[in-house]
Ligand binder design. Structure first.
Ligand code: ATP
Length: 588
């Protein structure tokens, strides 16, 4: 009813000191208002009885100016406290959400969706900020202020004081009854808002593709429909809010009118003088200021309550990855690389993706994983990075069950280069320093040299400080991928996983990347996933997968001698590549 619940109170704890300080300042400001009214009443009374001297008027103006100054400072302090309250809350909640996302790892995008996570941590937190910095202090103040005014008034005009007190106490619950209905609508409001946001971001990102397939008009229509749906639910919420304001204002005006009649009657009956009558009328007008203040923040507060559901929804998501306690392992095992023992895996409740996988990624060696598209190669990479945990069997890293190791620790040792490395908006230097904050220019140029990108950087007038646009939009696909690999090299990881790192680049960049992988292979442990079988021939061990299982393993020569799946795949690929001769398609 009052837009408070246990979870919100729990969240308010870090900001409690600011909330109570705001209530205190508001009450102090109320006393200054009553003092100003007292002086105004006295001046008016003296004017009425023609006893006002210039000296008395001057004194009154001085005192009122001083009080106005105190009020001005009080309002500044109130604003500052509201800022502190929001800032504390924002930092606290964003830390919690960030921590949760790290805990959930890659799984967060599946359990919640990137846009929903962004909405919760940006719009949701902003809505909660208003709730804690404006609504909660106003709510507490709203329960104290009417009593303060009541006790100030009841001595001179008890009937008026009672009418105003009762009205100010019932107007809020009546207003909240409407809010309750609005709150039900708010669930729909937020779900439509999230849906529209996701659709909008998706549409912006895929704009070129829509134009390419001539489906941009259809997308525009769908987006427009979603906008209208959202507009309609927003209008319903606003309409209900508007009605609630009308009813509340009616109660306020009627009770104020009754109070004015009582005060006037008492004055006419000689109960008090003109000055006191003015003072009481001014107090009567102030009676509803706290409740009005509260109602004006009620709409935002409701957004806060609904947003809180989203934020709590995100915070209570449980990671599938449980951490086990470490066990002691001998010295040799500590550098044994990866060992997968009868590993099985499925995404959520989906079908089984990996079945009984046993394999080794030995330190200092190159291990390749090949197989048809969709057979589960990248899923193995995901398990090695501990983006997910195996459903059965065990993945060991350096002798320890990977479940005993924190994903962040693993990611310091093991680095993955996916098909499309993510390049951040900013400069080449920004992107490289992400891997090693204290990297020197020489180290960065050396890493760029490994992927044959240093000459390009040197040609740029601003060198490493060249701005590469939004998500590296000013670079070619190949350059982006090479920059991503240079960044990975700078990280100086123990184990590198290349997951189809060349599948989206031109031939020239592909050659550069393979040359770089070749150089890395001399001193590093590599896992190479590639559909181009000719590129992994020199691997120490090749695992051949089919439908989630390992069918064969061994060196290229041993596998070719077997004349099994690998040999068949190599022959098929060679005959396909044979269709291209001298850069032309040859069909006989
Ligand atoms: N996040 C996910 N949720 C549900 N299913 C998934 C997910 N990622 C992959 N899959 C499914 O798991 C199977 C194996 O996918 P995976 O990406 O490991 O194959 P792959 O061998 O690497 O394929 P490719 O060579 O095409 O990249 C596929 O059928 C895919 O649809």
């Amino acid at each position: 009813m009052l837009l408070i619940n246990r979870k919100l109170i729990e969240l308010a704890k870090p900001s409690a000191k600011w909330i109570f300080a705001m209530v205190f300042v508001k009450l102090a400001l109320l006393f200054t208002v009553m003092y100003i009214f007292g002086i105004t009443g006295k001046v008016q009374g003296l004017l009425y009885t023609q006893e006002l001297t210039p000296q008395l008027l001057f004194n009154a103006i001085i005192v009122m100016s001083l009080i106005a100054l105190v009020r001005f400072i009080g309002n500044l302090i109130d604003g500052e406290l509201a800022y502190k309250c929001s800032a504390d809350l924002r930092i606290d909640l964003r830390h919690k959400i960030y921590k949760k996302m790290l805990e959930l790892g890659i799984g967060y995008s599946e359990s919640m969706g990137t846009t929903n996570a962004v909405t919760a941590s940006v719009d949701g937190i902003e809505a909660l900020e208003t709730y804690f910095s404006k609504y909660l202090p106003a709510l507490i103040y709203c329960f104290i202020a009417p009593f303060v005014l009541f006790f100030r008034m009841t001595g001179s005009a008890p009937e008026a004081a009672w009418v105003l007190l009762v009205a100010s106490l019932i107007v809020l619950p009546i207003n909240q009854l409407f809010r309750k209905v609005v709150r039900l609508l708010k669930g729909e409001y937020w779900s439509k808002f999230n849906n529209l946001n996701t659709y909008y971001y998706d549409s912006l990102e895929g704009l070129n593709t829509f134009v390419l397939y001539d489906s941009d008009e259809k997308r525009r229509e769908d987006l427009s429909k979603k906008c209208w749906d959202f507009r309609n639910v927003t209008m319903r919420v606003l309409r209900l809010n508007f009605n609630s304001v009308i009813i509340s204002e009616m109660i306020i005006y009627i009770s104020s009118a009754i109070a004015i009649v009582f005060i006037s009657q008492n004055f006419v009956a000689g109960g008090f003088g003109f000055g006191r009558a003015i003072f009481l009328l001014l107090l009567a007008d102030t009676f509803f200021a706290p409740v009005r203040d509260l109602m004006s923040t009620g709409h935002s507060a409701m957004n806060g309550v609904a947003a809180a559901e989203n934020v709590f929804g995100l915070l209570k998501l449980k990671s599938d990855r449980e951490n086990l306690a470490q066990v002691d392992v001998d010295g040799t095992s500590q550098k044994s690389g990866f060992v997968l023992n009868q590993v099985g895996f499925q995404y959520g409740q989906d079908r089984q993706i990996l079945k009984n996988i046993s394999m080794k990624v030995e330190r200092g060696k190159v291990t390749a994983i090949v197989g048809q598209s969709g057979c589960g190669k990248s899923t193995i990479a995901n398990l090695l990075m501990r983006f997910y945990d195996a459903n059965s069997g065990t993945v060991y890293l350096d002798g320890q069950d990977i479940k005993t190791q924190d994903p962040q620790q693993i990611h310091k040792k093991v680095c993955i280069v996916p098909q499309n490395t993510y390049i951040f908006t900013g400069t080449i230097l920004d992107n490289l320093k992400m891997a090693k904050t204290d990297a020197t220019v020489e180290e960065m140029m050396k890493a760029l040299d490994m992927v044959n990108l240093s000459s390009f950087v040197k040609q740029q007038p601003e060198g490493l400080d060249t701005n590469i646009g939004e998500r590296g939009g000013k670079l070619s696909g190949g350059q982006k991928q090479k920059l991503g690999i240079a960044r990975a090299i700078l990280m100086d990881a123990d184990i590198y996983i290349f997951d189809e790192a060349t599948s989206n680049v031109d031939v020239e960049s592909e050659d550069d990347i393979w040359e770089c992988i070749g150089k890395l292979a001399r001193n590093n442990t590599l896992v190479v996933i590639s559909h181009r079988l000719s590129t992994i021939r020199k691997a120490d061990c090749i695992y051949v997968m089919d439908k989630g299982e390992i069918k064969e393993s061994g060196s290229h020569n041993s596998l070719m001698k077997k004349r099994g799946l690998y040999s068949y795949m190599v022959t098929e690929q060679e005959s396909l590549e044979g269709l291209f001769e001298g850069g032309e398609l040859c069909v006989s």
